[in-house]
Design a binder for this molecule. Structure first.
Ligand code: ATP
Ligand code: MG
Length: 335
């Protein structure tokens, strides 16, 4: 459906994206994930037509669109800062694109009401000025305004960034439901790993102008291709050479001791999970209360190793306590 073929994008002499090769399937919810400044917005803007690649091709449905004007691309966009028309009410904002297309007023009304309902904007809010709405309501209007045009492709650049945690999660679910229901191919930009994992069919992890890995949330998380991806997508422990030696000794495996290895913090267990588990002696340095769980930091042979334990009403360990930790060698990642 969407394809980037060896695309390079420059701002003057500065190369913002290089060697960009990516294929996005029809109906897919595809996320660009990465830290600030890595080129996510740039990649999206090139597809929408706001920037022309300095080399390479962007294709939609097999057709090169590098020179196609923005309005002919059939792409709906919600920008990082949702640019609504501040002097219009909600209804007029959502109706705007339909009116530009010279749709009949009765049809416009039907479409606007249907879309407003989908994003949970009620009748009263529809005739209020957008400036009187909360940030979350405005983001919904921005979504409705883009989706009412039934674009082939929907580009969303951090559309939930200005919301509080609770609202974000709520709107995230709504967004996913809507996307499924309407079947719109969606390109979603975020630097929030949790958002990427929960929403996406597939994720591309960006780092400094290149893509480090493309895969399903499960692949990215459990089979990270690079150290950067592994570190960016979750909470990890770095295992130093003497811990790796200990693992090798107990398991007969041959992890490289001259290279760092990594393990996700939830793979460090306080209870034995299997007879193949490696045991490590540790001492509790720190307990961090998180509501749903505790995050512990241990001293293991002079190195700090973290784990999490579900909050069962009381702490699993006391600070200073000597403990045995269990580690599944299958969960070790080395690059
Ligand atoms: N108009 C511009 N002119 C020059 N350089 C730019 C321009 N826009 C972006 N850049 C540079 O290109 C790089 C990528 O920017 P981009 O906006 O794509 O990052 P991003 O991944 O979307 O980051 P964020 O998460 O902060 O939005 C950055 O180094 C940025 O400074
Ligand atoms: Mg951006």
């Amino acid at each position: 459906m969407v394809e980037y073929r060896n695309v390079q994008i420059k701002y003057g002499d500065f190369v913002a994206m290089d060697h960009l090769n990516l294929k996005i399937e029809e109906g897919e919810f595809f996320t660009f994930l990465g830290p600030s400044g890595c080129g996510k917005t740039t990649t999206l803007r090139a597809l929408a037509g706001f920037i022309t690649p300095s080399s390479g091709e962007i294709l939609v449905d097999g057709k090169v669109i590098n020179q196609e004007p923005i309005e002919k691309r059939g792409i709906g966009i919600v920008f990082q800062s949702y640019a609504l028309f501040p002097s219009m009410n909600v209804y007029d904002n959502i109706a705007f694109g339909l009116r530009v297309r010279k749709m009949k007023p009765e049809a416009v009304e039907e479409q606007v009401l249907m879309m407003a309902e989908k994003v949970s904007i009620n009748q009263k809010q529809l005739y209020r000025n957008v400036s009187e709405l909360s940030g979350g309501q405005q983001q919904r209007v921005a979504l409705a305004r883009a989706m009412v045009l039934q674009p082939k492709i929907l580009c969303l650049d951090e559309p939930l960034s200005n919301l509080d945690a609770k609202l974000r999660v709520g709107l995230r679910r709504e967004l996913k439901r809507l996307q499924k229901e309407l079947g719109i191919t969606t390109l979603y930009v975020t630097h929030d790993q949790e958002e990427a994992l929960t929403l996406s069919d597939r994720i591309a992890v960006f780092n400094n102008g290149v893509i480090e890995q493309v895969g399903t949330p499960g692949e990215i998380y459990s089979h990270s291709a690079t150290e950067f991806v592994c570190d960016f997508i979750g909470d990890i422990n770095r295992l130093h050479s003497h811990v790796i030696s200990e693992v090798n000794q107990q398991t007969g495996r041959k992890f490289k001791t001259d290279k760092e290895a990594y393990i996700r913090i939830e793979c460090m267990e306080g209870k034995r999970q299997s007879e193949h588990d490696v045991t490590l002696k540790g001492r509790v340095l720190e307990a961090e209360y998180n509501g749903m769980f505790y995050k512990y930091t241990f001293d293991v042979a002079g190195e700090q190793i973290k784990s999490i334990e579900k909050n069962t009403g009381k702490a699993a360990y006391e600070v200073g306590e000597e403990v045995i930790l269990f580690l599944n060698p299958e969960a070790i990642m080395q690059f």
